[in-house]
Every structure is written in structure tokens, then in C-alpha cells.
Design a protein around this ligand. Structure first.
Ligand SMILES: [Mn+2]
Length: 537
């Protein structure tokens, strides 16, 4: 019991937090950052959080959530402003039409409805949030850099104050306060966006319109933005998203703190789920524990619908029905994470429902765990591309599965192993196909998903940054090898069938060793066996 208390006791335990945030670690990360938070002398701060009740929490109204100098948790107005400056500089630099006017349009997400007038929980668009810190639905950021000048103007379109609407929905920030709160040059009502953009594009030719034309974040303004291009050769459409995602994939010191926090919350929620697991309860109950613990720890909600899969259901990678009962002789696979101030953790663990690994479950579990730890080491030793890490996973899984006699020792020859190295140099463009060919095929079939993705504001973060570039300092990536053996897979000894195992941690790349941000989430066999079932619901 003592050990359990120590491991999972309190998701908000100050002592654990202190332990986790060792000062030397923070210092190292800070000086290694490529993107330092701008430092401003305290008495010369040009950034001020206005007083009043707005459409989102501020220090004045929610001092328990945000510190005095921050616009959102841990992030200053100065940092958001700096991000906008960096983006404009990058876009202009990469443009063929450097000397044109540049107009960048980044829409917020709009509200989504599950049925008539019943909204889903609102989730801001990550790109928009990254550049503004603004949590308002349907807002629009416009950055305008005229030709012949280095300066640009930030214009934010928001819903203006409206007594009737605010009576129903709560306070809005409104145009006047939004300009100061988000440090914009101008704020205008959203209703004026179409007219404004038309005027702007008419008066500023030739211009480059930077707008992401696919999967529009806000379909309501998509046609209006597209409309400005119609038949006009003096306006070129370009996509700002690639440059933006290359910024997002490298985390600032403030973002690293956010990621540490969300990884801590997610870790504790899975520890608690382990502690509450016992034969006979439903997967649904475990799902509820995850959600409760995350929110109790300070998360808005889970990062995604979690996988809570008992027995052979764990072999379905995206099983989210979570409605079956857990049996004593099975394992349970959980893939879950928290969202804290928009930043996500993503963790997978597998444990025995009854608290003790069976002989064969333990063999498979330790095999995956060994591979996972080795892959984390490889991230530090080789700083490989994530696609390359996937090759390593296939090779390692194949090797260990053979050693344990789970797949045939004669299945693949040494020749194929040597091919991995040669192909590794040029196979990056077509990894899944090539990998299937060069890896022990069985290993690939037993783990059909990739081993890693970037993590941050989105669970699959910065999707426009491909996984064929070497990882670098201040990236955060997942490491998640798994083995899935279908119940009817007769090529594998009977006692190993019907099992799905995944171990996933979130890892910060540094100039030194990689830092496992989810290290609080137990994964050693002895630690798991010590806490499963030790907490009564
Ligand atoms: Mn993941």
C-alpha cells in the first residue's frame, strides 16, 4: 500500500512534481533551446494583460490557472508575437515573390455540433492557437506585409461584444480588449472579414496569399478566401502550413514545460487506471478512471478517445468501443493521454488484469519493453529519422521473437538483415514498402503501425513535417513498439495467441540523453505487479 501511495497516491502531489522537475534538468533544457523565449527587462515590458472578464481565462480572472506574466499557461504575449514574426520572415524568405505584398490568413476552428444546437466541446485549431493564444471559435488571423517594407501588420478578427449573445454564451473578449490581450495591431469584427480581404487583395497587387487551401479549418470563410483569387493572375496562392509546422515541431522552453505537465498528468492517470483494474470490471470503468484522473490533474479532457482493450481486443489497433468486461487471465492494453492547455500526452501501457503476468504474457511483455528501451537509447545515440527508428523496431522485434521461439528461426536469412542497412540509406521515400521487404516480414506483420510520431499541440503533431528527417534537439516524439498476435494466427505457438501489447512513452530530444517525459508512468514488471488492483473504485 505504501508503494502504491508513492506511485499513484495523488495526481496533484507537489512532492512528485518537485521530484520530476529537478532544477538542473530545467536549466539544461533552457540553455539548449534554439528558440529562446524573448527576454524583456521587467520594468520595460510593453506587454500587458488588460483587466476585465474576457472570452478566455486571464491572470486577472483565473489566477489559479495562469501566472501574471502569461497569456496562456506558461506562454507570454511576447512569445506569441515572436512566433508571428518568425512565420512572416520564413514565408517571405521562402517565397519566389519576395518583393510582393504578403497576406497570411490563418483561420481558427469553428464550433461543431453533435446534433441541433448541441455543440461538441470546442477545440481550437492548433495552427491558429500557436500564433495567437486565442481560444475563440471562428476568429481569423491576418498578417499583412506590404512590399518595400520589413514591417508587417497583425489583424485579428473576433466576435465583437454582443449583450444578447453573451447572455447565453458567457463573456466575449470583443475587438477593443482583444487587440491588447493578443498584442495585435488591429482587431475587427468577424463579419467584416470578407469585405476587408477583398479590399486588401484589390489594393495590394501583386500579392502572395498564404492560405491553407485543403481541409479548411473554417469552411465558413473558405469560399470568401478562394473568391479573392478568381481569375486574378496578380495574386498567387501559397501554403503557409509547411513553414508553420517546421516551427511547431521544435518546442520552445515554454512548450517543453507544457509538455512536461501534460505528460505528468497523463502518466498519473494511467497509473491510477492500473491501480483500479481488477477482474470483472468493464473497460468502460477504466476509461472513466482515465478521464477522471486527467481532469483532476488539471487537463481539459483526454487527448483522444482512449483505447481500453482487454484480451484479444487489443489486437485491433484502434479499438475504442471500451464496453467489454475484463477477465482474470487476460491483459489489458490502454492507449490514452491528456490535453492540458492544448498540449497532448500520448501513452500506452499493457498490464495483467489480475495483477500478475502469466509466464507467456511476461515473455512477450518484456520483449516489447526491451525493444522500447533500446529504441529510446537509439534516439540519443543516433538521432535517427523516425522512419529509420521504425526499421530498427522491426529488426529488434524480429531478432527477439526468433530468440524466444515465437517465430521460426529460419524465417529470414542474414542476407535480409544486411539489406536493412543498405536500404536504410535510400529507402526513406517509400518506407512502408521497403521495410516490409527488408525487415523480418513476420515482425512487420505483428506490428502494423509506425513506431513514432511527433507530439505537441496535436497528437500527431506537425503532420507536414515528414518522418524522414533526423530528429533534433527540442523535438518531442513518441516511442511505441507493439506486438499484436491474432487469436487465429496458427503460425505462432498457441500460448502466445490473442494478445496485443504496446509500450509507448513521450520523449524529448536534447543535446544529451533523450528525456522520457512520461517516466512517471510505471512500466517495469515488478512496479506494474505492485500496483494493479491496489485501489478500490
Ligand atoms: Mn502515439
Amino acid at each position: 500500500m505504501q508503494q502504491l501511495r508513492k506511485l499513484v497516491g495523488n495526481t496533484a502531489s507537489k512532492e512528485r512534481r518537485k521530484l520530476f522537475r529537478q532544477p538542473h534538468l530545467q536549466d539544461t533544457i533552457r540553455c539548449m533551446s534554439a528558440q529562446e523565449t524573448p527576454t524583456i527587462e521587467k520594468n520595460k515590458i510593453p506587454f500587458v494583460i488588460p483587466k476585465g472578464t474576457f472570452g478566455q481565462p486571464t491572470y486577472h480572472t483565473h489566477p489559479h490557472l495562469i501566472k501574471e506574466e502569461h497569456l496562456t499557461w506558461g506562454v507570454t504575449q511576447a512569445e506569441y508575437k515572436k512566433r508571428r514574426e518568425t512565420l512572416v520572415a520564413k514565408l517571405v524568405a521562402e517565397s519566389e515573390n519576395m518583393h510582393n505584398t504578403h497576406i497570411v490568413v490563418i483561420p481558427a476552428a469553428r464550433k461543431q455540433y453533435m446534433s441541433d444546437k448541441i455543440p461538441y466541446v470546442f477545440r481550437q485549431h492548433s495552427d491558429f492557437f500557436y500564433l495567437t493564444g486565442c481560444l475563440e471559435p471562428s476568429a481569423i488571423l491576418v498578417l499583412m506585409k506590404p512590399a518595400q517594407t520589413d514591417k508587417f501588420k497583425s489583424i485579428l478578427f473576433v466576435h465583437d461584444k454582443d449583450a444578447h449573445a453573451e447572455l447565453w454564451e458567457g463573456p466575449r473578449t470583443g475587438c477593443t480588449a482583444a487587440a491588447r490581450l493578443f498584442c495585435m495591431d488591429e482587431c475587427r469584427p468577424v463579419e467584416n472579414f470578407n469585405t476587408y480581404l477583398n479590399k486588401l487583395t484589390t489594393n495590394s497587387k501583386p500579392a502572395v496569399l498564404w492560405y491553407h487551401n485543403e481541409e479548411p479549418a473554417n469552411p465558413d470563410i473558405h469560399n470568401a478566401v478562394r473568391g479573392t483569387l478568381r481569375g486574378d493572375v496578380n495574386i498567387t496562392l501559397s501554403d503557409p502550413k509547411r513553414a508553420l509546422h517546421f516551427m511547431r515541431v521544435i518546442k520552445s522552453p515554454a512548450e517543453i514545460e507544457l509538455m512536461k505537465e501534460t505528460c505528468y498528468i497523463g502518466s498519473q492517470s494511467i497509473n491510477m487506471a492500473m491501480a483500479c483494474t481488477k477482474p470483472g470490471i468493464s473497460e468502460h470503468m477504466v476509461n472513466a478512471v482515465l478521464e477522471y484522473s486527467c481532469k483532476q490533474g488539471g487537463a481539459e479532457h483526454l487527448a483522444f478517445p482512449p483505447v481500453v482493450a482487454g484480451g484479444a481486443r487489443a489486437t485491433h489497433i484502434h479499438y475504442v468501443a471500451n464496453n467489454q468486461l475484463l477477465n482474470a487471465n487476460e491483459m489489458i492494453l490502454v492507449d490514452s493521454g491528456s490535453q492540458h492547455w492544448m498540449y497532448n500526452s500520448d501513452i500506452s501501457r499493457t498490464w495483467p488484469v489480475a495483477g500478475k503476468f502469466s509466464k507467456h504474457h511476461r515473455i512477450l511483455y518484456e520483449l516489447v519493453l526491451t525493444v522500447q528501451k533500446r529504441l529510446i537509447e537509439l534516439l540519443g545515440e543516433q538521432r535517427p529519422a523516425l522512419d529509420k527508428l521504425f526499421d530498427s523496431m522491426c529488426r529488434l522485434l524480429g531478432k527477439h521473437l526468433k530468440e524466444e521461439g515465437i517465430i521460426s528461426k529460419t524465417l529470414e536469412g542474414q542476407e535480409l538483415y544486411s539489406l536493412i542497412y543498405i536500404c536504410g540509406l535510400y529507402c526513406l521515400l517509400m518506407v512502408p514498402r521497403v521495410t516490409q521487404y527488408v525487415c523480418p516480414q513476420r515482425a512487420y506483420r505483428l506490428c502494423p503501425h509506425h513506431v513514432s510520431h511527433y507530439l505537441g499541440l496535436d497528437v500527431h503533431d506537425a503532420p507536414l513535417v515528414r518522418r524522414n528527417i533526423p530528429v533534433c534537439t527540442n523535438m518531442i516524439v513518441t516511442v511505441e513498439p507493439g506486438i499484436y498476435i491474432r487469436p487465429d494466427d496458427t503460425t505462432v505457438p498457441k500460448e502466445f495467441r490473442g494478445v496485443g501489447i504496446r509500450v509507448e512513452d513521450d520523449v524529448l530530444i536534447t543535446d544529451k540523453e533523450p528525456v522520457v517525459l512520461t517516466e512517471d508512468c510505471v512500466k517495469e514488471v515488478a512496479d506494474i505487479e505492485a500496483i494493479v488492483g491496489k485501489h478500490t473504485l
